[in-house]
Design a protein around this ligand. Structure first.
Ligand SMILES: CC(C)(COP(=O)(O)OP(=O)(O)OC[C@H]1O[C@@H](n2cnc3c(N)ncnc32)[C@H](O)[C@@H]1OP(=O)(O)O)[C@@H](O)C(=O)NCCC(=O)NCCS
Length: 181
């Protein structure tokens, strides 16, 4: 069974073929990708979308495609991803988001992610969700704070080498008992 989440303004759903072109546009935008190691070309973006779609098909949840209910436009992705081993705080479930810049600062990331947290705690029985981002990604940290997540500690991303400017990351956490249902 593949779960969908509906909020006042958003539908979080399984990916479909028509999402791939707008996702590639988002993932090749230098502003969107400024806190990621690289911008993605069409093939890399499609491969990532395939991977995300497969995980949702296998687990029923994941990094959902986000559709604006009013216009049915694909505006990006919001959801959760399991990190069983990569980090020294693994195993963990991380929550993440990537939206088209034309839809930034309307509260969409917070609205979608809040619904994901509720779903994660109520339906999937997770006890804790984490989020992390580059120390300079203030918008993303703002979303984490608006969700009620608490700063835990700074860490160095294990996939990036010592000199990489994005290596320093901030980890936030929220536990089920602290989520305002
Ligand atoms: C992070 C992201 C998903 C936020 O999406 P969004 O829908 O604009 O988020 P929201 O509107 O829910 O909240 C954004 C908050 O950050 C604030 N903000 C945005 N840019 C900011 C900046 N440069 N400095 C300080 N605050 C900023 C907004 O004012 C808003 O806070 P407010 O509601 O208190 O005014 C979006 O910026 C994005 O897709 N970024 C690129 C991808 C990315 O970095 N993903 C995260 C990787 S871990």
């Amino acid at each position: 069974m593949i779960y969908e989440i509906c909020t006042d303004r958003l539908l979080l759903r399984q990916w479909q073929d028509s999402d791939y072109a707008p996702f590639a546009k988002i993932s090749s935008n230098a502003e969107v990708m400024q806190y990621f190691p690289k911008i993605l070309n069409r093939q890399e973006s499609d491969e990532l979308a395939d991977k995300i779609r497969t995980l949702i098909a296998e687990n029923g949840w994941g990094l959902w495609a986000v559709e604006l209910l009013e216009t049915q436009e694909f505006i990006g992705c919001i959801g959760m991803h399991a990190q069983p081993t990569k980090f020294d705080f693994s195993p963990c479930i991380e929550i993440g988001w990537r939206l088209d810049p034309q839809f930034w600062n309307h509260g969409y990331a917070t609205e979608g992610a809040e619904a994901c947290l509720r779903f994660a705690f109520e339906e999937l029985y997770f006890q804790e969700i984490v989020a992390f981002t580059s120390k300079n990604n203030i918008a993303s940290q703002k979303v984490m704070e608006k969700l009620g997540m608490t700063f835990s500690h700074d860490f160095l991303h294990p996939d990036l080498d010592d000199t990489h400017p994005l290596r320093e990351e901030k980890l936030y956490r929220i536990q089920k008992q602290d989520f305002k249902f």
